[in-house]
Design a protein around this ligand. Structure first.
Ligand SMILES: [Zn+2]
Ligand SMILES: [Zn+2]
Length: 644
């Protein structure tokens, strides 16, 4: 018998050689139908693979990220089987899962694949899926594996094999298709109920343009048709809400070749949003006891050697510039500068916690192929802060940071979010992780404790912590269900030592503070990119670049329109007058297109009665109001940062 430990800590005995699927069945048939893979001692396995020793087991379904990945990767095998049926002689390279689905790189020889082929392939795939073919794992000797692919004439798989050692090679077979793969896979093809092949692209073999261009076929699959339909609807909506398209239409940001790739220029409308976000951050941080600091954009090489950014982070930094024989680097992170501020004056326990905040500008080298609108850039403005605290203050500090995230989510109507708690791997202490087993255990427990006690949804991921401590990646979903990684929240017990940061504790002894790195609003670039999609450009009143547009019916009422606008501005409302010689219908349409929340139409009646005819963006006419009443209501709506 072997001991199986479940995520809740329960331990049960099973026969040696049992499988995750058997175990699921022993709990309930309903559960077993949902299990597509398992995490066995932290490693993702086939649900049908024998477990021969004591193990910690986590059953994985479609709703687990690792379950989804296994599902999509298995679908790549199914797609390959279909391609082999319709394109005999095809040679395969690799077929990994990606963020939304999977792809397979293949050499079609002198054949070409077109859109019609995709439909035929989808049909073939569902036919094969319905056969409920099992994915069977087989350990195989290297010579035998080489013979298989030599006979098949697949030089790409032979190339993969050349990098593998005898004893670590496995084949997986489903139906009539066998692939060299380390797995894992779903139990059988019957789980794949809905299939969409999304695109055909070219990709150089091994990403090297000197090599042959292979065909990359992308697809996505789901365990039900309903989920596929929802996904396609979401894609369509996402296209309309593309932040690059909206960013241009609404005058939010621009990119210029002479400035350089990945360096966004914030236009006046975008700058308003930036300033509103910073105002929110300043208010919130001030209430939370933070102090603001300002630091230069560059620093000497020596500081980045101390921080460990050099050499470990070097490829993500801009190359150095030399001045008086010293190298200077553009900062990729604000932390080292803040540490120097901490170190500038002696500290006692009475000075802690010290919370230093800065909307810091950082520069990171992202490969040009990785750059994407505001989502992947080379210059970013980060909602950064570092909290220096004693160990016994950690719980409260971390809890407050967590609450700050939740407060922001509420303001922005982010209902779906998950915190991914990344932990260390004890086996890699001293290599990948700072060798402080006790501190790791302690901080990981503290962080977990906060998440549990505050009812925050979170998942745990092994072996993905930062070098210096556990971290939380915050993932949020926009209103149309697209996922964004917003920010990380990290605990750090190492940098304090590298920088020799100290405070005098209550026993009058020097002690190194723990450091929390946090950035709840991420960077302006990514967050505003997210908000553009989330709101489809229709920003709530408090964030809207132009909050009110005053629309005179004709030039006769222009003076009154200007008076209205002046009064609005006096009340700190961002107002503009549309003084063009255009028909009122056109003025309304243009304001609607620019997604201005309120339009105030003024004509004869409004002038005589000191009123305004109010229109709400997307809603139309909402009635005539006294100007003062409108102003009072709008000011409250802005102050409360209401969504509407
Ligand atoms: Zn595979
Ligand atoms: Zn930091």
């Amino acid at each position: 018998m072997i001991n199986i430990t479940f995520p809740d800590g329960a331990v049960r005995k099973y026969n040696k050689g049992t499988t995750a699927l058997d175990i699921a069945k022993s709990i309930s048939e309903g559960l077993a139908r949902k299990i597509i893979a398992a995490s066995v001692n932290g490693q993702v396995w086939d649900a049908t693979r024998s477990i021969n020793e004591d193990a910690a087991l986590n059953l994985l379904s479609w709703n687990d990220p690792d379950g989804k990945t296994t599902f999509w990767h298995s679908s790549a095998h199914l797609m390959a089987e279909a391609v082999e049926t319709l394109f005999p002689g095809v040679k395969f390279w690799v077929g990994p899962p990606v963020e939304n689905g999977f792809y397979y790189d293949m050499d079609l020889g002198d054949k070409k694949m077109n859109e019609e082929d995709l439909l035929a392939l989808e049909k073939k795939m569902s036919e094969l899926a319905k056969q409920n073919n099992s994915y069977t794992r087989k350990e195989i000797a290297k010579t035998e594996a080489e013979k298989y692919f030599t006979d098949k004439g697949d030089q790409y798989k032979l190339d993969l094999l050349s990098g593998l050692n005898d004893g670590e090679i496995t084949f997986y077979t489903q139906g009539n298709f066998t692939d060299l793969c380390r797995g894992p896979h779903i139990p059988n093809t019957g789980f794949i109920k809905a299939i969409k092949l999304t695109s055909i692209a070219g990709a150089y073999w091994k990403g090297d343009e000197k090599n042959k261009m292979l065909t990359r076929l992308y697809g996505v699959t789901f365990p039900s048709q309903k989920e596929l339909d929802e996904y396609l609807l979401m894609l369509e909506e996402a296209k309309k809400r593309d932040h690059r398209k909206l960013g241009k239409e609404l005058g939010i940001f621009t990119m210029d070749d002479d400035v350089g790739p990945g360096l966004a220029l914030w236009m006046p409308n975008g700058t308003v949003i930036i300033e509103e976000l910073e105002k929110l951050a300043k208010e919130t941080e001030s209430a939370g006891g933070y102090k603001r600091v300002v630091t230069p954009h560059i620093a000497k090489e020596s500081m980045y050697l101390t921080s460990g950014h050099l050499p470990y982070y070097k490829e993500s930094m801009f190359p150095p510039m030399e001045l008086d024989g010293t190298k200077y680097y553009l900062k990729a992170m604000n932390c080292p500068h803040h540490h120097k501020i901490f170190a500038a004056e002696p500290k006692s326990y009475k000075d802690l916690p010290l919370r230093l905040a800065e909307y810091g500008t950082c520069y990171r080298y992202e490969q040009s192929g990785e750059l994407f609108g505001l989502m992947r850039v080379r210059c970013l403005h980060m909602n950064d802060a570092h909290i220096y605290c004693a160990k016994e203050q950690f719980y409260e500090e971390f809890k407050a940071v967590n609450e700050m995230y939740l407060k922001y989510f509420k303001i922005f109507g982010i209902d779906k979010y998950v915190m991914r708690l990344s932990l260390h791997d004890p086996k890699k202490l001293g290599q990948k992780y700072v060798d402080e087993p006790a501190l790791w255990k302690e901080t990981e427990e503290l962080v977990r404790d906060v998440l549990i006690k505050t009812n925050t949804p979170f998942v745990e991921v092994q072996d993905e912590a930062a070098f210096y401590g556990p971290k939380i990646d915050v993932q949020i979903w926009s209103i149309i269900g697209r996922e964004f990684t917003l920010a990380t929240n990290q605990v750090d017990f190492a940098q304090g030592r590298s920088f020799r940061l100290e405070f005098t504790n209550q026993d009058n002894k020097p002690e190194t503070p723990l450091i929390i790195h946090r950035a709840p609003l991420g960077t302006h670039e990514r967050f505003i990119g997210f908000l553009l999609e989330h709101y489809a450009g229709k920003f709530p009143l408090w964030l809207a670049p132009v909050q009110v547009k005053v629309l005179p019916i004709s030039d006769k009422f222009l003076d009154y329109a200007k008076t209205v606008s002046q009064k609005l501005k006096k009340a700190d409302i961002r107002a503009e007058v549309d003084d063009r010689h255009e028909k009122i219908g056109k003025k309304i349409r243009d304001s609607e297109l620019m997604k201005v929340p309120y339009m105030l139409v003024v004509g004869e009646k409004e002038v005589n009665e000191n009123k305004v005819a109010v229109r709400r963006q997307g809603k139309g006419d909402i009635g005539v109001k006294d100007l003062d009443v409108f102003i009072t209501e709008a000011v409250v709506e802005i102050k409360e940062r209401r969504e509407e």
